[in-house]
Design a protein around this ligand. Structure first.
Ligand code: FCB
Length: 454
């Protein structure tokens, strides 16, 4: 037994990265609309104003998904398209867009997986302090309720937040993503607390407004550490490294699992983090941890790579430096297939929830060849190696419910603009023409055979 029967094979995207139509259909501005206007922030001065023009081309895109044999589609909703001011007034045109998108998916036999928040916070809310505002969990609750009321008669799968590690870490600590801030540790910790509360209130709102039985999850990320060898000492060290908090505050503290997932699944912050942060800890009101730890149906985890770990001489985890010439993607991310074996295993052992890999993939230097096709052997090789490892973990009895490849098509890769191509489908941004890459054809076979040949 490897991938179970009914395993979900899908692809993922997010609103700002593909939709375009930034100023159309009554949409309000988001922090990404504003961030891209600042010179020097995004590669080549690129913006998501047009992106893949999916807002207008969604029917063609879904037709293509069907041809590619895609069974499930994870996409996100642009909050500012639904609530242009972030709260209050609902933009019916925005709701209609997603409603039609869902209808089209269902008509083509593709299961929708809706992510409520993939980083494009309404700018009007940012002006009120964004996630620093203690009201922000309520804002998210209101928004999640509106989306759920509209879509849940047809949508069964909802994900609250995508990668808090990134939108807090890159957006509010390193400042390289919108809104481009470099906040203090105390402020980001308070913000993280609000974000976790927003997740919890979001889960409540989804369940309260759902028109059918729904499945609700969460999609964090992080580096998935894996052991150098299969000896018990290294395995123990890798697992410890995966869940421990940083030892000091000099690095980006947000890049970890426990701070973001322990409160959600266990209702408490990790002890080593509490000790590390000391008097910088956020204010926790009575009842907060109950709100944050609403029962979830699954854990979504975005997994791209990890670090190799062994047990050091002192018995503590030791990170192994990458050797010279270590394989890497076009974006320079390390290629570490074992992250997809050990990551889900360690996560499942700790959190005991069915796991969806909600994102995994890579950027390549894709070009249209003389024959008019896009040959991307590196992507096929990468996905093959990673999926083999995921299959091994599933064969070990780890409850893996599905896998979403990032991404359906090339798109706006945040501060890298259109420089990096992550898609199974090539997008010519001059003409908006789509070409299914070799990897797209290969992935079709994976899905059709439930990964049998991997
Ligand atoms: C993840 C993001 C996604 C995309 C991929 C490459 O961190 O969730 O939007 O940018 O990386």
């Amino acid at each position: 037994m490897a991938f179970k029967e009914g395993f979900t094979w899908g692809v993922a995207t997010s609103s700002y990265q593909i939709e375009g139509a930034a100023y159309e259909g009554g949409k309000g501005l988001s922090i990404w609309d504003m961030f891209c206007k600042q010179p020097g922030k995004v590669y080549g001065g690129h913006t998501g104003e047009v992106a893949c023009d999916h807002y207008h081309l969604f029917k063609d895109d879904i037709k293509l998904m069907k041809e590619m044999g895609i069974q499930a589609y994870r996409f996100s909703i642009s909050w500012a398209r639904i609530l242009p001011e972030g709260t209050g007034r609902v933009n019916e045109k925005g709701l209609n867009f997603y409603s039609e998108l869902v209808n089209e998916l269902i008509a083509n036999g593709i299961e929708p997986y809706v992510t409520m928040f993939h980083w494009d916070l309404p700018y009007e809310l940012y002006k009120k302090g964004g996630w620093m505002n203690p009201e922000s969990p309520r804002w998210f609750e209101e928004y999640a309720a509106v989306v759920t009321a509209e879509l849940s008669d047809r949508v069964q799968y909802f994900i609250t937040l995508n990668e808090p590690q990134c939108f807090v870490g890159l957006g509010h600590i390193d400042g390289i993503h919108a809104p481009g801030l470099k906040q203090s540790v105390a402020d980001t910790l308070q913000m993280a607390h609000h974000i976790l509360l927003a997740h919890g209130r979001g889960v409540k709102a989804i369940r309260n407004h759902a028109k059918q039985e729904v499945k609700v999850g969460y999609a964090p990320t992080a580096s998935m550490h894996y052991p150098e060898t299969d000896c018990p000492q290294d395995i123990k060290a890798a697992k410890k490294a995966l869940f421990q908090m940083p030892k000091d505050l000099s690095s980006n503290w947000a890049w970890n699992i426990s701070w973001w997932s322990d409160p959600v699944f266990f209702g408490k912050y990790p002890e080593d983090g509490i000790e590390l942060f000391g008097d910088l800890m956020p204010k926790i009101q009575e009842g907060d941890m109950e709100i944050i730890s609403q029962p979830l149906d699954f854990l979504g985890q975005n997994i791209y790579n990890g670090l190799e770990v062994r047990e050091g001489k002192d018995g503590e985890p030791e990170f192994i430096p990458r050797h010279k010439g270590f394989p890497k993607t076009a974006l320079g991310w390390p290629i570490t297939p074992k992250a997809l074996y050990w990551g889900p295993k360690f996560l499942y052992e700790r959190y005991k929830k069915p796991i969806y890999i909600t994102e995994n993939g890579l950027s390549c230097h894709d070009v249209i060849s003389l024959d008019g096709k896009v040959h991307d052997p590196n992507r096929i090789d990468f996905l093959h190696r990673y999926l083999k490892e995921l299959k091994r973990t599933a064969a070990d009895g780890i409850d893996i419910a599905g896998y979403f490849q990032w991404s359906f098509m090339d798109n706006f890769e945040w501060h890298s603009g259109y420089e990096d191509r992550f898609g199974l489908v090539f997008v010519d941004y001059q003409t908006q023409k789509r070409i299914v890459k070799d990897s797209g054809h290969w992935y079709k076979e994976v899905m059709e055979t439930n990964g049998k040949f991997l």
